[in-house]
Design a protein around this ligand. Structure first.
Ligand code: ZN
Length: 276
C-alpha cells in the first residue's frame, strides 16, 4: 500500500509556542524540527510494520521546509517548499491507499488547542463547508476523499484528535499532549510519543480497510470568516466569491478540488490585505 503523509509541526509532542516552530529562533527551532522529523519517521516505520510500502511525505508547516531529510528512511520521497497549489495536500493522488496527518493542530478558535489556527491565524477566523466547521484536517481530508483516499491516522493534542474523530470516527488518533490553553501543554516525552505514534500508525494501516474517504456532498458551499473586514474586501474581488457580511465570503462549486484551490487563493489574497 502506498502511504501519503501530510506533516505539520504544532501538534508535535512538547511543542507549545510559535517560536519553537519558527526558523528565526536559532535556539529552539532546530531542536523541535528534529522532534517533528522523528515523529514522521516513527509514523512511517509503524506503517511499514503493517504493510505500507512506498511513502510520500508532504512537509506541511509554514515554509514547508522543516523535516530533516537525514531523519527519514532513504527510500521515502518528500515534497519540500511552499506555495503549492494544494498546499498541505500537494501530491496526493488516487494511487495512495491511505493518508496520515502527523503533528496536526486544532482549528481556529478551539479551546485548549496548542497553537490553534486554520491555515493562517492572522487571516482566517473560521471556515465552513456546507455549514460544517472545518479544521485543517477536515479541509485536507475532504481533498483526499475526492481521490478515494481515507485519512487513517492523526497525531496531535487532545483537541485535534477529538475533533477529527468526531468527523471521521474511523481515524486512529494518537494524543501526544494535553493542551492547557493555547501556549502550554502537558506532554508525553518525545520518545514516548514516538513509540505511541509508531504503534498507532501500524494499527491505522491494519484498520485501513474499515476506513472511509471523507467527502462533502455537491453542491459545495465554502464560507470563510476573515479576522478583518479588509481581508474580505480583497477576496470579494475574485470572480465567484460573494460577500455575505463584513468579514464573511461565500464560494459555491460542484468540484471539491476547485473549492480547495479557491480556499488557498482566498487565504493568500486575504493575507495580502493586511496593512502594516
Ligand atoms: Zn503548522
Amino acid at each position: 500500500m502506498r502511504l501519503y503523509v501530510s506533516a505539520d509541526m504544532e501538534g508535535t509532542a512538547a511543542v507549545c509556542s510559535w517560536q519553537q516552530c519558527h526558523p528565526d529562533n536559532l535556539t529552539e527551532y532546530p531542536y523541535y524540527r528534529h522532534l517533528m522529523s522523528l515523529e514522521v519517521r516513527a509514523a512511517i516505520e509503524g506503517a511499514r510494520e503493517a504493510g505500507a510500502t512506498e511513502v510520500l511525505v508532504n512537509d506541511s508547516h509554514a515554509s514547508m521546509r522543516n523535516v530533516l531529510w537525514n531523519e527519514l528512511p532513504q527510500d521515502v520521497r518528500m515534497i519540500y517548499g511552499n506555495r503549492k497549489p494544494f498546499s498541505m495536500m500537494q501530491g496526493l493522488t488516487p494511487e495512495f491507499g491511505a493518508a496520515f496527518f502527523t503533528g496536526y493542530h486544532a482549528a481556529a478558535g478551539e479551546r485548549d488547542g496548542t497553537l490553534e489556527h486554520t491555515y493562517t491565524p492572522t487571516t482566517i477566523y473560521n471556515v465552513r463547508v456546507n455549514g460544517t466547521r472545518c479544521s485543517e484536517a477536515t479541509l485536507n481530508a475532504a481533498l483526499a476523499g475526492v481521490h478515494g483516499v481515507p485519512v487513517v491516522l492523526i497525531t496531535g493534542d487532545q483537541a485535534t484528535v477529538n475533533f477529527a474523530k468526531m468527523q471521521m470516527p474511523w481515524v486512529t488518533g494518537v494524543v501526544v499532549k494535553q493542551s492547557i490553553g493555547k501556549f502550554a501543554t502537558d506532554s508525553m516525552s518525545p520518545e514516548a510519543a514516538r513509540a505511541a505514534i509508531r504503534q498507532g500508525a501500524a494499527e491505522a494501516i491494519r484498520r485501513a480497510k474499515d476506513a472511509r474517504p471523507f467527502t462533502f456532498e455537491s453542491p459545495l458551499t465554502l464560507e470563510i470568516d476573515f479576522v478583518l473586514a479588509e481581508q474580505a474586501d480583497f477576496v470579494e474581488l475574485m470572480p465567484g466569491f460573494e460577500r455575505v457580511d463584513g468579514r464573511t465570503v461565500r464560494f459555491t462549486h460542484d468540484d471539491y478540488p476547485s473549492l480547495f484551490r479557491a480556499f488557498v487563493a482566498a487565504f493568500r489574497l486575504g493575507s495580502a490585505a493586511n496593512m502594516k
